[in-house]
Design a binder for this molecule. Sequence first.
Ligand SMILES: Cc1c2[nH]c(c1CCC(=O)O)Cc1[nH]c(c(CCC(=O)O)c1C)Cc1[nH]c(c(CCC(=O)O)c1C)Cc1[nH]c(c(C)c1CCC(=O)O)C2
Length: 343
Amino acid sequence: MAEEKALLSVLRRQARSVPPLWLMRQAGRYLPEYRDVRATTKSFLDFCYSPQKAADVTLQPIRRFHFDAAILFSDILVVPDAMGQRVSFESGAGPRLEPIETPEQAHRLGEFKLEHLSPVFETIDLVKTALPSDVAFIGFCGAPFTVVSYMIAGQGTPDQAPARLFAYRYPDAFAQLIDRVVEASIDYLARQIEAGVEVVQIFDSWAGVLPANEFQRWSAEPVRRIVEGVKARHPLTPVIAFIRGADAHLPKLTQMIGADAYGIDTALDAAWAVAHTASNVPLQGNLDPLVLVAGGEALDREVDSILAAFEGRPHIFNLGHGIWQQTPIENVERLVARVRRGA
Ligand SMILES: Cc1c2[nH]c(c1CCC(=O)O)Cc1[nH]c(c(CCC(=O)O)c1C)Cc1[nH]c(c(CCC(=O)O)c1C)Cc1[nH]c(c(C)c1CCC(=O)O)C2
């Protein structure tokens, strides 16, 4: 029988002497081959909805670095796009949506149309047949708070103030938006699993802006509901929850969310995370993306310190947030060699 994929064995709570390795946003503009394919389509979402191209860029970092997992090339904002809140990306300026400023506008949002995302499921089909047998395939969605934050502001903001204000002013309308994204995300992830992904990750990139009381209600609880909904349909598919800014909430999250692994961000002290969570709970992270830009001895030192902090623990080596566009390829090569030095 073929050996189990390294990522999947860690998600079943096995510690490995060499942790499986992949990088958040591993398909992207730091790769010249990505820029080449990307240049063939003007609109970023059209690019995400082009199965051949999306499958190709999903596989690029696997070909180059032989990471232990491929992550589907898409974006978290396809969910509002499939609700009829059309999304565009302006080059250098990030996402643009028609903002939601009042409860009336929130109520006017359309139904979530899963069929709008059929190119994504086609991409999954193409990738799964081309993937090397030891590489796991990860699907994903954004967490409700993060997705709703973009839906309300209509763009990126430094602190998600528009969404937080909306939540204080109109808690019922905000809760309804969150609920709609919870339901859509369950359907979306279940369908990704049916199309062929083996693991799903939920990205709550903006949870860290919430005060403690709000954090539980708008980040942790909606993520818990997605995990519950996905597990009800696909009990054997592992789920990774990446709640950026979880900070001191992490121990509690690992007890209530029901995910199989938890991503930890750059700010969290790895040794603290290890000490404050049950020893068999897999953790993923948490190299500073900026030290990967810097490279050299600083990179070696940080890699070694993370490996040491997680030794003996089920651990997935990753960044604490997405890779930077300025990252030199040779630094990624150096990282891979260092993590796998014993292999
Ligand atoms: C908040 C968020 C978004 N998208 C995502 C998040 C959560 C994770 C995080 O916090 O980074 C998640 C995401 N976005 C993308 C992936 C692809 C898979 C991967 O390689 O990890 C994933 C997992 C591709 C992308 N999504 C985007 C790009 C760059 C656009 C391009 O190549 O033209 C890529 C490769 C665009 C995007 N998409 C989003 C923003 C704010 C931007 C603009 C910022 C930027 O330009 O880097 C929303």
